[in-house]
Design a protein. Structure first.
Length: 240
């Protein structure tokens, strides 16, 4: 860890969703802890009850070996939306980062987003794969093109300068989280945690980050579920 943060905060909770990952979870936790400048107070591992015994044991060991790490077994299943909603509710600090334990979300970017939030006073800071300094590695070419199209459509729909509205890697103020009734059960939570704060007039900023394809496990975000993003984006924009 680096220099200490002010005793007055703000301080940070990090919510990490875990499904089938093992060594990736260990590396995620280690890298988040290593890059902390003193503002981190807790890492909440939200683990699917469908996780393997190996994954569960790894998360239990992390909670024992690191005082900042605590374990929560997801109560509502299935769905990463439920996992994130439970984790965000459990978070105790003023700022709450949400990310996955598969290393597709860059651990070092957590601290960059946290610093951006403190510097700008933003209510939400988004990880941006599309801006300068961001990018993709080992990403499906068809999904890349569709993602680009979706981003352009959503950006026009919401009349925003935010470039990456569908990425589920960000930091939100706890008061923002508590002010919104979240509805997503699955991966639509990724866009919902951007567009609902945007629609309510909160201050959003963005920080470049690189998405890197997972090295273990399989994604459960099917191609057809991507169209759920569109449905939710239209619904929120319409005021529902």
């Amino acid at each position: 860890m680096g220099m200490s943060a002010s005793e007055n905060g703000p301080f940070l909770s990090v919510v990490v969703t875990v499904y089938t990952e093992s060594v990736s979870v260990i590396e995620t936790v280690d890298r988040v802890l290593k890059n902390d400048r003193g503002g981190l107070r807790e890492i909440i591992l939200v683990v699917s009850p469908r996780a393997s015994q190996d994954t569960m044991k790894i998360c239990e060991d992390l909670a024992v070996s690191h005082s900042m790490v605590r374990l929560h077994i997801q109560q509502h299943v299935p769905g990463v939306g439920w996992a994130l909603r439970e984790g965000m509710k459990l978070a105790t600090q003023e700022c709450v980062a949400i990310m996955s334990g598969d290393l597709e979300t860059e651990p070092e970017a957590v601290e960059r987003m946290f610093q951006k939030m403190k510097e700008t006073g933003a209510d939400v800071v988004i990880g941006n794969r599309w801006g300068k300094g961001g990018g993709f590695q080992n990403y499906n070419p068809v999904k890349y093109v569709l993602n680009w199209i979706f981003q352009k459509l959503f950006k026009l729909l919401y009349r925003t300068r935010i470039d990456d509205l569908t990425y589920g890697f960000k930091i939100l103020r706890k008061r923002v989280i508590d002010s919104i009734e979240w509805e997503s059960a699955f991966h639509e939570i990724y866009i919902e945690t951007t567009v609902r704060p945007l629609k309510k007039g909160y201050h959003l900023e963005q920080v470049p980050t690189v998405w890197i394809g997972r090295r273990e496990g399989q994604s459960v975000n099917t191609f057809l579920r991507n169209f759920g993003y569109v449905r939710l984006a239209l619904k929120v924009q319409a005021g529902f």
